[in-house]
Design a protein around this ligand. Structure first.
Ligand code: ZN
Ligand code: FE
Length: 257
């Protein structure tokens, strides 16, 4: 299986997975970049589209893409989509040319946000997590509560350590700047910031990223750690339990410049 991040808009990635014959894409907000890749790779047929949530930067390409290709679209059962789709939710499996994609409910950024996890044979597992988990950060809480987002991130954190995390945005450097403000003594975080800075200078994506790396550097996966919780409580004394600490951390990030 080949995994390719197709850059779209200013900072989106449309993830494309293919086996040299069939392809699937995740969150095609822009039809043109997908059609351009398909035109350059005529031996590969797009047959499946996965959608994590209803925001336009993830769904605006659906109508045109399904008009140009014969594709099945799997999208959150709990959200409204611009076209007819197969609604899926936690517990559903999608079988794609022998690969089993498991659907996870991860509400928080939107109320019905889902993610897709799969373990291709002889490769590290894959997680398509949309705008729930970013490298070094997490999505804004537009429709869900902090408790929901914390629970969603906890379930993603429990996936196998070697999972390749494939978020829908290249927000890594700005997230890591915030992470460094929260968790300044984290040596792994400093080292990862150096690696990602170099990748961006070379015009390369910082993604996918190993879940084990995220567990070591992402403050939103580490909100119960002493370092992160203490930094939050220094700003917000009322952050006394896991959920209020997480909520205060998310609020801090919203204001961070
Ligand atoms: Zn979004
Ligand atoms: Fe987005």
């Amino acid at each position: 299986m080949n995994l390719i991040p197709l850059p779209a808009f200013t900072d989106n990635y449309i993830w494309l997975l293919h086996d040299d014959r069939h392809a699937l894409v995740v969150d095609p907000g822009d039809c043109a970049v997908v059609l351009a890749w398909l035109a350059q790779n005529p031996q590969v047929q797009l047959d499946t589209i996965l959608v994590t949530h209803h925001h336009a930067d993830h769904t605006a390409g659906l109508a045109e893409l399904t008009a140009h290709t014969r594709t099945k679209v799997y999208a959150p059962a709990m959200e409204n989509m611009p076209i007819a789709v197969h609604g899926v939710q936690q517990g559903d499996d999608i079988l794609w040319h022998g690969l089993r994609l498991q659907v996870l409910d991860v509400p928080g950024h939107t109320a019905g946000h889902i993610a897709f996890w799969a373990a291709p044979p002889d490769q590290a597992p894959l997680l398509f997590c949309g705008d729930t988990l970013f490298s070094g950060g997490c999505g804004r809480l537009f429709e869900g509560t902090p408790a929901q987002m914390l629970d969603s991130l906890d379930r993603l954190a429990a996936l196998p350590d070697d999972t390749r995390v494939c978020p829908a945005h290249e927000y890594t450097l700005s997230n890591l700047k915030f992470a460094l403000a929260v968790d300044p003594d984290n040596a792994t975080l400093h080292a990862h910031f150096g690696v990602c800075t170099q990748l961006r200078q070379q015009g390369q994506p910082t993604l996918p990223v190993r879940l084990s790396t995220e567990l070591a550097i992402n403050p939103f996966l580490r909100s119960r750690s002493h370092a992160v919780a203490a930094a939050v409580r220094q700003r917000e004394a009322l952050a006394v339990d896991d959920v209020t600490t997480f909520a205060a951390l998310r609020a801090w990030k919203n204001e961070f410049k």
